[in-house]
Design a protein around this ligand. Structure first.
Ligand code: ADP
Length: 190
């Protein structure tokens, strides 16, 4: 079982790259952001619980997110591998993922980060906000709050995965094809 965590700040291009990688390596793509947005759109109880956090550019509480991720994995166990996008985003989530993988007797194959400068990313998100219909993409304050959340809660995961020798990083600036190439190079060498 291949299990890859695609890691990066908001706007780093995880979703765009995941769409290519899932096809190329035949992986089940789980984007926690997409699952939340699906639930928001359909007014599910989960969507209700997550709404205010997402609208404010805050992380959804760990318990809610971890339960949701676990459900998604359970539903798709028969696949060739998983590409996790937007999860984990806190140390607690990373520990929960470790536990989940251990319980299945799977190993984490790697974490691959898309690196890019904050100012470029904020511009990208504002641009995306013109067409994405995501309210959290249209307000610079909310976007900046997502970076504050990232720096405080998600950035510590870099050292968490480095300590396990599972952290790989690629330059996230370039054309979509160039970046897919860089990611593929890393995956092919795992
Ligand atoms: P982006 O990376 O562009 O901010 P995502 O689509 O990955 O966008 O996530 C959108 C929002 O969904 C986040 O700002 C957060 O509120 C919520 N979310 C997604 N994944 C997680 C997670 N692992 N833990 C907590 N909240 C999450």
């Amino acid at each position: 079982m291949i299990t890859i965590v695609l890691f990066g700040k908001p706007g780093a291009g995880k979703g765009t790259q995941a769409a290519f990688l899932k096809e190329k390596y035949n992986l089940m793509h789980i984007s926690t952001g997409d699952v939340f947005r699906f639930n928001l759109k359909n007014n599910t109880p989960l969507g209700e619980k997550a709404k205010t956090f997402i609208d404010n550019g805050e992380l959804v509480p760990d318990e809610i997110t971890i339960d949701m991720l676990r459900d998604e994995v359970e539903k798709n166990q028969d696949c060739n591998g998983f590409l996790f996008d937007g999860f984990p985003r806190t140390i607690k989530q990373a520990e929960a993922l470790d536990e989940l993988l251990l319980s299945k007797d799977w190993d984490l194959t790697a974490t691959i980060a898309l690196e890019a400068d904050d100012n470029i990313l904020v511009q990208r998100i504002l641009e995306r906000g013109k067409t994405s219909g995501r309210s959290d993409d249209q307000d610079e304050l909310k976007i900046r709050n997502r970076y504050a959340e990232y720096n405080e809660k998600t950035a510590p995961l870099i050292d968490y995965y480095k300590a396990k020798n599972k952290y790989h990083a690629v330059n996230g600036i370039g054309t979509i094809e160039e970046i897919t190439q860089r990611l593929s190079q890393v995956i092919d060498q795992l």
